[in-house]
Design a protein around this ligand. Structure first.
Ligand SMILES: Nc1nc2c(ncn2[C@@H]2O[C@H](COP(=O)(O)OP(=O)(O)O)[C@@H](O)[C@H]2O)c(=O)[nH]1
Ligand SMILES: [Mg+2]
Length: 330
């Protein structure tokens, strides 16, 4: 589906669409038997061409836009959040209506032009059709604009495969998420835009015996209690649940991140409530400068201690997910 979202054509504005139709139609001239017949043939061709250009352009938009239902899935949820699926549906409905209406108008005017008895009547009918065509296009101007905006938004959605087992790293700023991410994922992570965070989300990849996993760092998204967010931000954060199979929550017991431990625990609780059913692995970071562990996995990204053990545990959990999802390759 993401492919389809990315391939969508630019959507013309109402003015551009009219320009395109009338410019092409204006170049058409036809020969006939005498002045009236010549005028008629030319007018028929202009009406047909201008109408058909608009109809086929509108139909191409209808075909290019994916039919998104509000399913409990990552991309539909994000698109709904960013564009509004109801709004999008309404706009596509209006565009569909316009294509149908123009087809009817075109056929009506073509038969009137065929029956016209003099040049003036032919010319006035041709102008009449142009006027009606413009007016239908103007009526859907806001809808064209809306789907163009939707297209721009959709093209910027992060490229994430919701079918690949995925771990998301959470925790306050400066607890060591980026450091750990760098140690865990092999290739250079890619940064994908994400709504309501200017930093984007960082997608890294882990490969283990031909099995692919994703590991995602979400700066600015999972580092604040959900209660502190407005409704729309919360939805953006919660959309992550459709991606996330496992959450790794980093706790910095050295508190050098600037957040006392009770605040960090409150964040963990808030996130636990927001993402019920997600396996959360609690990991203590900065073991080299922290008090001894309280029974959690403890790592130091700086010195490397505990990182291998943690990687093995994480991979074991992700393999379980792969088996559950039926995407295990080993
Ligand atoms: N001493 C120590 N410092 C660390 C460790 N991991 C990260 N840091 C430091 O903590 C700061 C924040 O790390 P970063 O990974 O950027 O945190 P993020 O904001 O959660 O992504 C940086 O200055 C890191 O060098 C660690 O294991 N030990
Ligand atoms: Mg970071």
């Amino acid at each position: 589906m993401l492919d389809q979202l990315r391939r969508m054509p630019t959507v013309l504005t109402a003015d551009e669409l009219m320009d395109k139709a009338f410019r092409r139609a204006s170049k058409i001239t036809k020969d006939g038997n005498g002045p009236l017949d010549t005028k008629k043939k030319t007018a028929l061709a202009k009406v047909t061409a201008s109408g058909d250009i608009v109809i086929s352009t509108l139909n191409s938009y209808l075909e290019a836009f994916p039919r998104l239902e509000k399913t409990e899935d990552f991309y539909p949820q994000l698109v709904d959040l960013l564009v509004g699926l109801d709004q999008l549906k309404k706009s596509l409905g209006a565009i569909n209506w316009a294509a149908y209406r123009i087809e009817k108008l075109k056929n009506g005017y073509l038969s009137m032009i065929r029956r016209a008895k003099n040049i003036e009547r032919v010319e006035s009918l041709r102008r009449g059709f142009y006027g009606r065509l413009s007016s239908v296009i103007n009526q859907i101007a806001p809808n064209l604009e809306a789907i163009n905006q939707a297209r721009d938004v959709m093209r910027q959605l992060p490229s994430i495969d919701p079918n690949v087992p995925t771990a998301v790293i959470a925790g306050f700023p400066n607890v060591g998420k980026s450091q750990l991410m760098a140690l865990l994922s092999n290739a250079t992570p890619t940064i994908a835009p994400y709504p309501f965070t200017t930093k984007g989300i960082i997608v890294g990849h882990i490969e283990y015996r031909w099995q692919k996993f994703q590991i995602i760092d979400t700066p600015g998204l999972l580092d604040r209690r959900l209660e502190e967010r407005n409704a729309i931000e919360r939805q953006a954060v919660l959309a992550l649940q459709y991606l996330m199979d496992i959450m790794v929550f980093l706790i910095d017991r050295s508190e050098t991140c600037g957040y006392p431990i009770d605040k960090q625990m409150a964040l963990l609780e808030s996130i636990r409530e927001g993402f019920p059913g997600v396996t959360i692995i609690e990991v203590e970071s900065k073991a080299d400068i922290s008090p001894p562990s309280e029974g959690r996995i403890s790592i130091s990204s700086l010195e490397g201690t505990g990182v291998e053990e943690f990687r093995e545990l994480l991979i074991a959990e992700l393999l379980k997910v792969a088996e559950r999802k039926g995407c295990a390759t080993t």
